[in-house]
Design a protein around this ligand. Structure first.
Ligand code: 13P
Length: 251
């Protein structure tokens, strides 16, 4: 059965010392989280070495927010998948809508990143989701279909099984406007159907699909109760350890 995951994307927040304190808080308060829920913290690059050492041997896994689409070389400012793996990380976010929007990342770029993440034994958390205008014009299913097909469907069966998908409607990110549990379920079921049509039911049922967008302790339980929602990718609420852990306890 697929894994339940609650991952905290800290984005460009916290100084290293603050991030270390936050990670410590998450680790020390994680005891009541059900054993079958994996907790993941995803700090900025500058914190990863220290946070990874701190989390080593605990139940909290660590991920990065991005990786380069090149293996290595003259790409000033980039961080490679192999460097992340060398720090002991397990996950890397690929294709967050903020990366698509501000850094021009395309689905082809994201495919290249996923291939490199896999090559270096990292699990990509692939983000997809429509903008407000796309939902209002009722094209949200088409938009997500293209994102999933272009970035993921060149992967073979053994590779796709090693991808986590996060559905993050852009209109719900940082806005306080959460998708309803029904809207999340509807899109998650749609994504799983796309996967089933391409790779078969067994593969589709083995892939975790997380919801992201204004997820908080007050709404997590209702969203996580839906059959195709396997957890959350949490932004703002992951910056407060008690809120993040409370979300993970909502399962
Ligand atoms: O973008 C997100 C996680 O990657 C969601 O952010 P918020 O939880 O702050 O809406």
């Amino acid at each position: 059965m697929r894994k339940k995951i609650v991952a905290g994307n800290w984005k460009m927040n916290t100084l290293p010392v603050e991030g270390l304190a936050l990670a410590k808080d998450v680790i020390s308060s994680s005891a009541g989280v059900p054993n079958d829920v994996e907790l993941v913290v995803i700090p900025p690059f500058t914190h990863l070495n220290e946070v990874s050492k701190l989390a080593s041997g605990t139940r909290v896994a660590v991920g990065a927010q991005n990786c380069a689409r090149w293996e290595k070389g003259a790409y000033t400012g980039e961080v490679s998948a192999s460097m992340l793996k060398a720090l002991g990380l397990k996950y890397v976010i690929v294709g967050h809508s903020e990366r698509r929007e501000y850094f021009g990342e395309t689905n082809q770029h994201l495919f290249e990143k996923i291939v490199l993440a896999h090559k270096h034994d990292l699990i990509p958390i692939f983000c997809c989701g429509e903008k407000l205008q796309e939902r209002e014009s009722n094209t949200h299913f088409d938009v997500v279909k293209v994102q999933v097909e272009e970035a993921l469907f060149k992967l073979d069966e053994s590779s796709i099984k090693n991808v986590v998908i996060a559905y993050e409607p852009v209109w719900a990110i940082g806005t306080g406007k959460t998708a309803t549990a029904e809207q999340a379920q509807e899109m998650h079921a749609y994504i799983r159907k796309l996967l089933a049509d391409k790779y078969g039911n067994d593969v589709a049922n083995s892939i975790s699909i997380l919801y992201g967008g204004s997820c908080k302790p007050s709404n997590a339980a209702e969203i996580f109760a839906k059959p195709d929602v396997d957890g959350g990718l949490i932004g703002g609420a992951s910056l407060v350890a008690s809120d993040f852990v409370a979300i993970a306890k909502s399962f």
